[in-house]
Design a protein around this ligand. Structure first.
Ligand code: NAI
Length: 389
């Protein structure tokens, strides 16, 4: 269905759209990029130039490839050229009505067999597709930031998506050097759902005063081998993004307490302490301030790590139970999308599902909160004495 000759359209030339356009053109496609802001288009064009210059300087790509990448990308002021596209990927503002309007306008321009994709991180693919007369050609193709570097792409069919499209899109994006996984159209898809406890359980532990922020970060790196601690990572992502994703996932799951956001993070957002980008978040990044030290208490560190990891694994297991993705894709998504040191289900097998269940049961008994309910599948695995692999 797709080939190197397929023309790719990208709508939105912000952080994600610009990155996706670069990935597609590096793979040899002619790409059209449209944005309704001339300023944003201009900025994307000049950013592309400097990013290609840097890649050539670092000898990551040849001068010839850099020239062909920039020759292949056309920044256009309207959607007319999109009539040539075989695939259009939308990466505009995260707003359902705005996206629906763009999809419905787009359908009047593109050919009958053009595939339409959205890069949304939190909206339902099905609801975006519902604005189209041919919802069967619409699906989610979710890249991670920065799209040129992060290997993972989640492919998400909506309920009306034509089944044969999934394999064809997967083949195309695999050919762009990405690692693709297939996810059900549910809030957060795979990564933005399964990763929630990394932040929310760390926040809960901090709010309860079990450990302080640097100690929680230290524990997750020291005992779990995570590249960054949860607070460092939230500060890096920015609380405007990270908090909003948590709140959106929680609301879309009908306020399931497992996804409940934390007030301590909300207050940071309200104060404008967005993290690294604003100079202050959980940590203070102002020049001259020294970062707080963890207390390196092994017993507390292990307790923190065991609790956060059990919550993460429980979420991955529940995602498997509800058929959000295959076990292989669930594990790939977390290692390739958020750099976890291991797939969570593989990790569960190593630790023993019975030990994860025990940690969950201790928490559940202690708090008597639905938040800590163990996944039915976790219980079944233990009863049947089975592992995930
Ligand atoms: P951004 O704010 O950097 O860029 C959005 C661009 O869309 C802007 O240049 C804006 O001018 C343009 N735009 C807005 N409305 C438009 C319209 N009606 N027609 C044409 N252009 C329009 O946003 P970003 O971060 O690139 O996000 C884009 C999409 O990708 C969102 O759906 C977001 O949820 C998703 N996403 C974002 C990630 C991130 O880390 N930033 C990661 C994965 C997905």
């Amino acid at each position: 269905m797709f080939s190197k000759d397929s023309v790719i359209g990208v709508i939105g030339s912000g952080a994600m759209g610009a990155g996706i356009a670069q990935v597609a053109s590096t793979a040899g496609h002619i790409v059209y990029v449209y944005d309704n802001s001339a300023k944003s288009l201009e900025k994307a064009q000049s950013n592309l130039k400097s990013s290609l210059t840097k890649l050539v300087e670092k000898q990551k790509i040849s001068v010839e490839l850099s020239q062909s990448i920039s020759k292949n990308i056309n920044f256009v002021p309207d959607l007319n050229s999109f009539s040539k596209c075989g695939l259009v990927i939308e990466a505009i503002a995260e707003n359902l009505e705005v996206k629906q309007k763009v999809f419905s306008d787009l359908e009047k321009i593109v050919s009958a067999d053009c595939v339409l994709a959205t890069n949304t991180s939190s909206l339902s693919i099905t609801s975006i597709a519902s604005a189209c007369t041919k919802p069967e050609r619409v699906l989610g193709i979710h890249f991670f930031n920065p799209a040129t570097i992060m290997p993972l792409v989640e492919i998400i069919p909506g309920i009306a998506t034509q089944q044969s499209l999934i394999g064809n899109v997967k083949k195309l994006i695999d050919g762009w050097g990405k690692v693709t996984v297939i996810a059900k159209d549910t809030p957060g898809f795979i990564v933005n759902r399964v990763a929630r406890p990394f932040y929310s359980e760390a926040l809960r532990i901090y709010e309860e005063g079990i450990a302080d922020i640097p100690t929680i970060d230290w524990a997750m790196k020291e005992f779990g081998g995570f590249k960054m601690g949860p607070f460092e990572l939230m500060d890096l992502i920015g609380h405007d993004v990270n908090y909003v994703v948590t709140e959106t996932v929680w609301k879309q799951f009908y306020f399931d307490p497992r996804f409940k956001p934390a007030l301590s993070q909300k207050r940071l957002l309200e104060a404008g302490f967005l993290g690294k980008k604003s100079g202050k978040g959980f940590y203070n990044y102002a020049e001259g301030t020294t970062l707080l030290e963890p207390d390196r208490n092994t017993a507390i560190g292990k307790l923190v790590f065991t609790r956060v990891l059990a919550m993460l694994i429980n979420e991955a297991v529940d995602s498997l139970y509800y058929k959000i993705a295959s076990k292989e894709d669930l594990d790939l998504a977390m290692t390739k999308g958020v750099n976890y040191p291991k797939g969570l289900l593989k990790w569960a097998d190593e630790i023993g599902p019975e030990n994860i269940l025990q940690t969950m049961m201790v928490l559940y008994d202690l708090y008597q909160e639905d938040r800590y309910r163990p996944s039915v599948l976790l219980k079944q695995m233990v009863l049947q004495n089975k592992g995930f692999y």
